[in-house]
Design a protein around this ligand. Structure first.
Ligand SMILES: Nc1ncnc2c1ncn2[C@@H]1O[C@H](COP(=O)(O)OP(=O)(O)OP(=O)(O)O)[C@@H](O)[C@H]1O
Ligand SMILES: [Mg+2]
Length: 242
């Protein structure tokens, strides 16, 4: 962890309910500028709930979310997106009946810039992802699962996010594609994007992260530099299949 880095996102004591189910019971975490922070945990632990609350899709009952010094706790989702937070949701949700290139165009919906510069963003994406370039005109719903994940990430990148939030990007992908998706995440970090990564694949998530949190039934139970968690015997036993 880079201790000099500025905090980009801070969540303090977040409580979220679904009716009477207390899904988040005081979650606190920080994401520093330029880092990859992983949030790992079992099914139903509250990972997606945490991410959707950050994006404003779910309202918390208690707690605070601060992004770049601004309180966004009660902000509307589109304003949170405009502020620079982009989320790739679980299950991808690309526009299946639109071509790859049109999905990308929609990703830049909130960006105020010239058509030429937006075209440059897309050209860079196609250069970094030749597989997508070959499929520009293909209907997105006919892409493979891994390709759809790439497109979903591309669409989020087109909004020029400061913070990219990824919910289980490796889910359902073959080992080869998992590797490819993780190398994409690393590249994004090199390009200066800060990343909050939720993964069931704890090994991969911890191996690329700077810092990590473990969530269990709505509570953060452990946090630390990702490398430390990777070597923690309890984590090994519970999440790394050792
Ligand atoms: N819309 C909803 N209505 C009621 N309960 C919900 C809803 N969404 C989530 N929950 C519950 O909240 C808890 C946390 O769910 P969440 O989706 O955040 O878990 P998760 O860590 O993302 O799990 P997974 O790894 O399976 O995606 C679970 O017990 C879940 O059943
Ligand atoms: Mg989830």
């Amino acid at each position: 962890m880079n201790t000099d880095a500025k905090t980009m996102l801070e969540i303090k004591d977040l409580h979220v309910y679904y009716d009477n189910i207390h899904a988040l019971k005081g979650v606190s975490l920080k994401v520093k500028e330029g880092e990859i922070v992983s949030l790992i945990g079992a099914n139903g632990a509250g990972k997606t709930t945490t991410l959707q609350t950050i994006s404003g899709l779910i309202q918390s009952r208690q707690g605070k979310i601060v992004f770049q010094g601004k309180d966004i706790t009660k902000e509307k989702p589109h304003l949170i997106c405009q502020a620079g937070i982009a989320q790739v949701p679980e299950g991808r949700r690309i526009f299946a009946r639109l071509a790859v290139k049109d999905n990308l165009k929609l990703g830049a919906f909130t960006v105020k810039d010239t058509p030429e510069n937006l075209e440059k963003d897309r050209a860079k994406f196609y250069k970094d992802f030749p597989r997508m370039s070959e499929r520009k005109n293909q209907m997105a719903g006919t892409l493979s699962g891994g390709e759809q994940q790439m497109l979903a990430m591309g669409r989020a990148i087109m909004s020029r996010p400061k913070l990219l939030i990824l919910d289980e990007p490796s889910m359902g992908l073959s080992p080869l594609f998992v590797k490819e998706i993780f190398s994409v995440i690393k590249k994004l970090k090199e390009d200066g994007v800060t990343i909050l990564l939720v993964e069931q694949n704890a090994k991969m998530a911890l191996s690329i992260a700077d810092y990590a949190y473990v969530i269990e039934t709505g509570k953060i139970t452990l946090e630390g530099p990702a490398q430390e968690l990777l070597n923690n015997p309890d984590i090994k036993k519970a999440y790394l299949g050792a």
